[in-house]
Ligand binder design. Structure first.
Ligand code: DP6
Length: 326
């Protein structure tokens, strides 16, 4: 009863920002991401009758009780589906520099959902896998698929119509996504907490909800037409709007640091110089810059000249879940 699976991280172009159900991880709005080739999590799961509790090893080290509890919660869902009450040993290897501002939770929970369902003997399709992964971390439901992925918010209370699906394969349109690692302090407001505070208190949250569906439609049409400038403009606007909602929360908060502004201004300067580059930012200070592959070296060099930039990792659209047989 053993299986190993790999899942890649993803970056949202249209953000998931707010839950309508916190237990089931149902979002307030549909959203869209690109799965990335460079960063991934590989997870092995063994269900073992001799175990008296779940064990979770992260990069070879026994994880804390809090981290193990999150894993156990998803394993409980899978045990229930599989009709087997057996504890598991979970070994996760993260090829995700956590400091690079990529949440490893998306690739982590996607890989766990895939490995654990297989290990317990369930034969699940990608849609079901997406629904399971979603209940570990919302953005994980998108990492089941490669390329360009839409997570549909669904309408039903039980979340059965709330899952992701691929809208374009990874090799159908190449883009460059530069992960710009900044000199920054530890983030203070985690995405889960920030999203909740925004939904509960932000005076700007209505504005987000009123316009995010339109942003999504523009992004989807731009992807279908391979219209890079249209996609870039809407993804940057959408990220700025998401961050604006945090300023209207009570108490207000902000994920940006001064280095974040340095990168945003440099991206604008690049555009003024004729290079089409656009930025997006998740729940932390680091910035991802999106450009055409032919511009990636010029954009990387411009980023590395900024004194507060530590490193730049170039990514491209990557694959969905893969199973590994040793
Ligand atoms: C800003 O998926 O990490 O990166 O569902 O609470 O685990 P939970 O949140 P998570 O949130 C990601 C928020 C975001 C935007 C996005 O990825 O769409």
């Amino acid at each position: 009863m053993q299986a190993t699976a790999r899942a890649h991280t993803n970056i949202a172009l249209i953000k998931y920002w707010g839950k309508r159900d916190e237990e089931l991880f149902l979002p307030t709005n549909s959203n869209l991401s690109i799965t990335l080739d460079r960063f991934f999590t590989t997870t092995s799961v063994v269900f073992d009758r001799t175990l008296t509790s779940d064990q979770f090893f992260l990069n070879g080290k026994l994880a804390s009780g809090e981290e193990t509890a999150k894993i156990a919660r998803l394993l409980d869902i899978i045990r229930k589906m599989g009709g087997k009450d057996i504890y598991a040993k979970v070994d996760s290897d993260n090829q995700v520099p956590t400091a690079a501002g990529f949440a490893s939770s998306a690739s982590g929970f996607a890989a766990l959902a895939a490995a654990a369902t297989k290990a317990i003997g369930l034969d699940v399709d990608e849609k079901t896998l997406s629904i399971i992964a979603r209940q570990g971390s919302g953005s994980a439901c998108r990492s089941i698929y490669g390329g360009y992925v839409e997570w549909q918010k669904g309408e039903k209370e039980d979340g059965s119509d709330c899952y992701a699906k691929q809208i374009l394969e990874e090799d159908a349109w190449d883009l460059s996504i530069l992960s710009v690692l900044l000199e920054s302090k530890q983030k203070k407001v985690l995405s889960r907490e920030g999203m909740k505070r925004t939904v509960d208190t932000s005076v700007f949250y209505d504005g987000w909800l009123k316009t995010v569906e339109q942003d999504l439609q523009v992004a989807k049409a731009a992807i279908a037409d391979r219209d890079f400038i249209r996609l870039g403009e809407v993804l940057e606007k959408n990220a700025l709007k998401m961050h604006a909602t945090t300023l209207g929360a009570d108490p207000p908060f902000m994920y940006w640091q001064s280095a974040t502004f340095d990168v945003m201004y440099e991206v604008q300067a690049l555009r003024e110089a004729g290079i089409h580059a656009y930025f997006t930012i998740d729940a932390g200070p680091n910035v991802k810059v999106i450009c055409r592959p032919e511009d990636e070296q010029a954009v990387k060099e411009a980023m590395l000249k900024i004194p507060t930039v530590q490193d730049v990792f170039i990514c491209h659209p990557g694959p969905g879940i893969t199973y590994i047989t040793e």
